[in-house]
Design a protein around this ligand. Structure first.
Ligand code: B12
Ligand code: SF4
Ligand code: SF4
Length: 809
C-alpha cells in the first residue's frame, strides 16, 4: 500500500474535553504534505462520527501504522493519553509520537506522566518527522527537535532551526499546501494560514514562542490558489460558516495584508472570512479592503484596558498604551462601519490586574460598539515568560486532576467579575444550560450501539471490569450529567474517577444541589475543574410559567398539563397553530412523555446509572446492571414497553398514534397518565414542535411558525383543487410540515433532523399529506407557469426525495 521503506505513520487530532469530533489538523496536514514531497505517504484518522474507544482504535489501526502521531494540546491531553494507552495495548510494538503545543512546552512532564508516549516532537514538525521516518528509532540522538526516552532517562536534543525557503515573503512555500495536495479537505473547517508566527513578546502567549518570535509567510499566489480550491469545493451553508484565518497576527505586515486582500478582490474570490489581528497593525484602508475581500467577522486583541496591565504583560511598547487603546476604539469603529461583526478579546486575571483594573476593562468595553467580547480567564501556559515569573504577581499553577491544563491560582477571584451581555462566555453558558436541559429531558439524538450521554443518579462503585464496560459502550467525548446531588468537591471526584478509569468523559454537567438547601437555586457547574462556571438551574412548575421565561419547567401536576394545554390553545386559531418563535418556553423536564414519539428510552442514547443499576431514564426503574450488553438493555426496555402496551390496551386507544406510551410517568400513575394524554391530545404536537425548535432557536428567534393541528384546517402551502386524480404516495403520520415565515420545513417526530423544503416541495408534501389526487396536484403546479411535463417530473422527483428523507409510508 505504501511505496516507501520508511515506517508508516497515522496522524490523529483528538478533540478537547468538549463536544467536537476527531478532525484533520492543519499543522499535521503540513507535515504530511512535506513528507509526501519527499516520497513518503502517511495517513490521517478523522471522523465526524462519535465513536467508542475500541471503534477509534480499530479505525486508527486499519491504516496499519507503525507510528501513531497525536497532535496534543493541553485541553485534549486526557484523550491523547487514553488513546495512546489503548493503541499500545492492542499493538505494543507501535510507537506513539506527540506533536503540537503540549509536546513542545510540556514534553518532559507528559512523557513522565504517560509511559506509553515514546517521543515528543518539539516545535515545528516537518523536517523532524521526515528524519524520524527516514532514520527510524535507532539513531534518535542525531535528530534535532525531539525529546525521547532512553531507559529511565529523558533526552532532549538541540532545538531545530525553522524551515525557510530564504525568499522574503515566500519563506513557507517550501512546505507544500495540505489543501492543494488533497491531504486536508478544502471545506473551510480547518481554516487557512497565510503566515506562521508573531514577533511580539506578550508574556502570557505561547504561540509566538512556538516559532521563536519570527514571522514567515506563504506567497500571496499560494494563498490565493488554496482559496480558489476552497471556493470550488465548499459552499457555506449558514452565516456561521466562515474560513478562519489562523494567523496569529494577520496584518503584522500591513502592506502585505493589503496586497493579499486586493488579490482576493481582483481574482473575484467570494468566501466569507473570520480573522483576528492587532489594532496597532491596522488602518481604515486595510479594513475597507478586508471588507471587499469578504471578511465578515474580525477580532481585535485587547487583553486589558488598563495601561498598567498592558505594560506588565508587554503587549504594547512602553508609553504607547493610551495610543493603543485609542487604536482599539478606531479599529472597532471602522470595522463596524464596514459592516463586519466585531469582537475584542480580553483576558481577566493577567499579572498586575486586580478588581479595579478589571473594572477599567469592563468600562472600556461598555463604551465600544462591539458585537461581542471574548472574556477569557488567564491560563498560564508552560513555555511562556509568565510561567517563570508568575509568583511575582501572586499567581501560580498546580496540576489539575487530569494533569493538564494547569489549574491557575489567580491573584484575586476572577470568577466574581461580572459578565456584560455581549460576553461570548454568556453565550457559552446559555448553550451549556440548554444542552443540560436537553439531556435531562431526553431531547437528544439516538445512537445505535453506544451511549453519547451518561446520567449519574448515584455514583456506582466501579471495578476494572465496570470501567472497561463503560469504555466499550460510551463514545468519545461522552457528555455526563451528574445529578447525584452532591457538593462540588464530590462531583469533581466522580469526574476524576471516571477519567482515571479510562472513561472518555468530555463535557461534565454537574448539578450542585447541596447549595439549594442553604442558598436557594441549584447551580449547574460545567466541569472539568479548570472551567467550573456556575449557572442557575431552578425547575419551575409549568403552571407558573410566564411568557418568554427561559429555563427548566416541570410538568408533574395536573395543573401543569392544564396550563400547557391552555398555553397551546392561545396560539391556535382555525386549526392552525401560529407561534412566534421567541415565545417558545424553555425546556420541559420529561418532555419526552408529553410528546408524540414513542418513549426515547426504547432506543435511547442516554445511559442512566443509579449506583450499579442501569435505568432507562431519569424517572425509571432498573432494567439491567453495569456489564450488561446494550442489546440486552434495549431488549429489556422493549419488553417493558410491550408489557405496558398490553396492560394499558394501547391497541384500542384513540390516541395511540400520538402517544409516547411513557414507561415511567412518575409521579402520575399509569391510569392518570393515560387519562391526561387522552384529554389533551393536541399537547403532544406542540411538545414535538417545541423540542425541534429548541435546536435552531437562536438563528430564527424572530420567525413565526405555522402548523396545522386540525385535519380540517386550511392548507399552508397547497392552494389548488382538493380532489381529483390517481392516488399519490402516503406520508407517514409522524411527519410534521411547518412554515417558518413562509419557508417550508419538515421533520419526523422523535428525530432532530429538520429538512428545509423549497416552495414546490412544500406544496407537494402538503398535497401528499392532504391525500390530493395526482392530476389535481399537477394542474396546481402548472398554475405557476411550469409545463405539465415539468410538473409531473417535479412530483416524481419529490417521491424519491421524500423516500430518502424517510417521509413516506
Ligand atoms: C487553528 C487553531 C485551532 C483549530 C485547529 C484547526 C485545525 N483543524 O487545524 C481548532 C479550532 C480546532 C483549535 C481548537 C483549540 N485550540 Co487552538 N489553535 C489554533 C491556532 C490558532 C493555530 C494552529 C495552527 O494551525 N498553527 C500553525 C501550524 C503550522 O503550527 P502547529 O499547529 O503548531 O503545528 C506544528 C507543530 O505543532 C507540529 N505538530 C502539530 N501536530 C503534530 C502532530 C504530530 C504527530 C507531530 C509529530 C507534530 C505536530 O508540527 C506542525 C507543523 O510544523 C493555535 C495558535 C498557534 N499559532 O499555533 C491555537 C492553539 C494551538 N490553540 C489553543 C487552544 C487552547 C485551543 C482550544 C482549547 C480552544 C481555544 N481556546 O482556542 C481548542 C482545543 C482543541 C483540542 N482538540 O484540544 C492553544 C493551545 C495551548 C496549549 N498549550 O495547549 C493555542 C496555542 C492558542 C493559544 N495560546 O491559546 N485550535
Ligand atoms: S394514552 Fe395510554 S393507552 Fe393510550 S396509547 Fe398512550 S399509553 Fe397507550
Ligand atoms: S419513560 Fe417516560 S419520562 Fe422516561 S424516557 Fe420514556 S417517555 Fe420519557
Amino acid at each position: 500500500m505504501y511505496h516507501c521503506d520508511c515506517m508508516h505513520m497515522t496522524f490523529v487530532f483528538p478533540p478537547a474535553l468538549a463536544e467536537d469530533t476527531i478532525v484533520h489538523h492543519l499543522g499535521a496536514g503540513y507535515i504530511r504534505a512535506y513528507l509526501q514531497k519527499h516520497g513518503i505517504e502517511t495517513s490521517q484518522f478523522a471522523t465526524l462520527k462519535k465513536m467508542t474507544i475500541p471503534e477509534i482504535v480499530a479505525g486508527i489501526l486499519k491504516y496499519n501504522p507503525e507510528i501513531v502521531g497525536f497532535t496534543c494540546y493541553d485541553t485534549n491531553y486526557a484523550f491523547v493519553r487514553l488513546l495512546a494507552k489503548m493503541v499500545k495495548k492492542k499493538d505494543p510494538n507501535l510507537k506513539v509520537v506527540l506533536g503540537g503545543p503540549t509536546a513542545t512546552f510540556s514534553d518532559k512532564e507528559v512523557m513522565n506522566h504517560t509511559p506509553e508516549f515514546d517521543l515528543c516532537v518539539v516545535g515545528e514538525g516537518e523536517q523532524t518527522v521526515l528524519e524520524l521516518l527516514q532514520k527510524g528509532f535507532s539513531d534518535l540522538e542525531s535528530i534535532k527537535g525531539i525529546t525521547f526516552r532512553d531507559g529511565n532517562k529523558l533526552i532532549s536534543t538541540e532545538r531545530r532551526p525553522l524551515l525557510s525557503s530564504g525568499v522574503k515573503g515566500k519563506e513557507l512555500d517550501i512546505i507544500p499546501s495540505p489543501y492543494l495536495t488533497g491531504l486536508v479537505p478544502p471545506d473551510g473547517t480547518a481554516g487557512i494560514l497565510t503566515a506562521r508566527g508573531c514577533v511580539y513578546r506578550c508574556t502570557y502567549c505561547n504561540f509566538a514562542i512556538m516559532f521563536s518570535h519570527t514571522i514567515r509567510h506563504h506567497s500571496i499566489e499560494r494563498v490565493v490558489a488554496e482559496l480558489k480550491l476552497m471556493e470550488e469545493h465548499w459552499k457555506p451553508t449558514s452565516a456561521m460558516d466562515m474560513v478562519i484565518v489562523n494567523d496569529d497576527t494577520f496584518s503584522l505586515d500591513v502592506d502585505r495584508a493589503k496586497a493579499l486582500c486586493q488579490k482576493i478582490i481582483d481574482e473575484g474570490i467570494h468566501l466569507p472570512f473570520l480573522l483576528e489581528t492587532r489594532v496597532d497593525h491596522c488602518d481604515k484602508e486595510l479594513i475597507e479592503l478586508m471588507r471587499d475581500a469578504g471578511v465578515k467577522a474580525i477580532n481585535f486583541g485587547l487583553e486589558s484596558a488598563s495601561c498598567k496591565v498592558l505594560r506588565t504583560v508587554k503587549k504594547v511598547a512602553l508609553y504607547k498604551e493610551n495610543e493603543f487603546l485609542e487604536q482599539v476604539r478606531s479599529c472597532v469603529q471602522w470595522a463596524k462601519e464596514a459592516g463586519m461583526s466585531v469582537s475584542v478579546s480580553v483576558i481577566f486575571g493577567l499579572p498586575g490586574e486586580g478588581p479595579e483594573e478589571a473594572k477599567e476593562t469592563l468600562n472600556f468595553i461598555r463604551e465600544l460598539d462591539v458585537d461581542e467580547y471574548a472574556s477569557n480567564f488567564l491560563q498560564i501556559c508552560a513555555g511562556t515568560e509568565l510561567f517563570s515569573t508568575r509568583r511575582e504577581y501572586g499567581l501560580d499553577v498546580y496540576p489539575s486532576s487530569f494533569f493538564l491544563p494547569y489549574l491557575i491560582q489567580h491573584a484575586y477571584d476572577v470568577w466574581k467579575i461580572p459578565l456584560l451581555p455581549k460576553a461570548h462566555l454568556e453565550k457559552g453558558m446559555a448553550q451549556w444550560k440548554r444542552t443540560y436541559c436537553w439531556m435531562i429531558s431526553y431531547e437528544v439524538d439516538k445512537t445505535e450501539n453506544s451511549f453519547e450521554f451518561l446520567m449519574l443518579k448515584k455514583m456506582p462503585e466501579i471495578d476494572e471490569e465496570g470501567f472497561t464496560w463503560l469504555q466499550n459502550t460510551c463514545v468519545l467525548p461522552l457528555s455526563v450529567v451528574d445529578i447525584t446531588g452532591t457538593a462540588k468537591e464530590e462531583g469533581v471526584n466522580h469526574l476524576e474517577s471516571l477519567i482515571s478509569g479510562g472513561v472518555p468523559v468530555g463535557p461534565y454537567y454537574m448539578v450542585e444541589r447541596e447549595r439549594e438547601k442553604e442558598k436557594g437555586n441549584p447551580r449547574l457547574l460545567y466541569l472539568p475543574q479548570f472551567v467550573q462556571l456556575p449557572i442557575e438551574v431552578p425547575e419551575t412548575p409549568f403552571h407558573r410559567y410566564e411568557k418568554g421565561a427561559e429555563g427548566l419547567f416541570t410538568c408533574e401536576e395536573v395543573q401543569d398539563v392544564e396550563a400547557l394545554d391552555s398555553f397551546v390553545g392561545t396560539y391556535v386559531q382555525d386549526g392552525i397553530l401560529t407561534f412566534p418563535v421567541q415565545d417558545v418556553p424553555g425546556t420541559l423536564v420529561g418532555a419526552c412523555r408529553w410528546g408524540e414519539s414513542v418513549c426515547p428510552a426504547v432506543s435511547g442514547s442516554i445511559l442512566v446509572l443509579d449506583g450499579e443499576k442501569v435505568l432507562p431514564c431519569y424517572y425509571g426503574e432498573e432494567v439491567g446492571a453495569i456489564g450488561d450488553s446494550i442489546q440486552n438493555l434495549r431488549e429489556n426496555v422493549k419488553t417493558l414497553l410491550r408489557e405496558k402496551e398490553k396492560e394499558r390496551d394501547c391497541q384500542n386507544c384513540h390516541v395511540k398514534r400520538e402517544c409516547s406510551r411513557c414507561l415511567f410517568p412518575h409521579p402520575f400513575t399509569d391510569a392518570e397518565f393515560c387519562k391526561l394524554k387522552r384529554e389533551y391530545p393536541d399537547l403532544s404536537k406542540l411538545i414535538t414542535v417545541m423540542k425541534w425548535l429548541h435546536r435552531f432557536y437562536q438563528d430564527t428567534s424572530e420567525a413565526t411558525l405555522k402548523m396545522r393541528v386540525d385535519k380540517k384546517a386550511p392548507p399552508l402551502f397547497y392552494q389548488g383543487e382538493l380532489s381529483g386524480g390517481s392516488p399519490l404516495p402516503k406520508v407517514r403520520h409522524d411527519v410534521r410540515l411547518l412554515s417558518l415565515d413562509g419557508r417550508g420545513a419538515a421533520f419526523v417526530t422523535g428525530e432532530f433532523q429538520p429538512y428545509w423544503l423549497g416552495s414546490a416541495l412544500a406544496v407537494i408534501l402538503e398535497a401528499f399529506q392532504l391525500g390530493i389526487g395526482k392530476e389535481s396536484l399537477i394542474s396546481h403546479l402548472c398554475e405557476s407557469g411550469v409545463s405539465k411535463e415539468k410538473a409531473s417530473k417535479a412530483v416524481s422527483d419529490a417521491v424519491s426525495i421524500f423516500g430518502k428523507m424517510g417521509f413516506l409510508e
